[in-house]
Design a protein around this ligand. Structure first.
Ligand code: NI
Length: 178
């Protein structure tokens, strides 16, 4: 288990479409997920996608009880989600602040689907099938976007709501956002 380097925006590896996982419950997959949790926890992240550590596979993790980077956010169940498929449950969109470990020190307001259904598999190949809304739905959409080479700044519609965390949210610990 290792804390891996997180690629930063500008690295072309963040712009690739990731490959589906074909084999579950393998030592390689378990090692990847262990590294992803170590890396996410070391950075106090709300989620992490495999491409952010340079692994071009459709694997994301997310979840927390309390997160210092998003102190207002409700708990999100700790989840390993592989080969995800997302489906809107309504056309409603909600705006909310996002950051990304690959875009350190910045936050932006991003419109996302307010409610969605998602499916995929855990690392053992067990099916996951859930409905989500609010911050949970936002995190899933943000992480799954990484699998298609999309970073949240590409989703921003109002650039007057994009800036440095230390200016926008001076109450947050800047060490949690680099
Ligand atoms: Ni991200």
């Amino acid at each position: 288990m290792t804390v891996r380097d997180i690629l930063k925006m500008g690295d072309p590896r963040l712009l690739r479409v990731a490959e589906p996982v074909k084999e579950f419950d393998t030592p390689e997959l378990h090692a990847l997920i262990a590294d992803m949790f170590d890396t996410m926890h070391a950075a106090n992240g709300a989620g992490l996608a495999a491409p952010q550590i340079g692994v071009n596979q459709r694997v994301v993790i997310y979840g927390f009880k309390q997160n210092p980077r998003y102190p207002e956010a409700p708990a999100v169940p700790e989840t390993v989600l592989i080969n995800p498929v997302l489906r809107p449950l309504s056309a409603d969109r909600e705006e909310g602040w996002e950051g990304c470990l690959s875009v350190p020190g910045m936050r932006g307001v991003v419109p996302r689907l307010a409610r969605l259904h998602y499916e995929g598999f855990d690392q053992y190949g067990n099916k996951i099938s859930r409905d989500a809304d609010g911050f949970h739905a936002r995190v899933v959409q943000h992480e799954c976007d990484h699998l298609d080479g999309i970073l949240y700044p590409m989703r921003i519609e109002d650039f007057s709501k994009f800036g440095f965390t230390e200016v926008l949210f001076p109450e947050l610990d800047p060490n949690d956002d680099d």
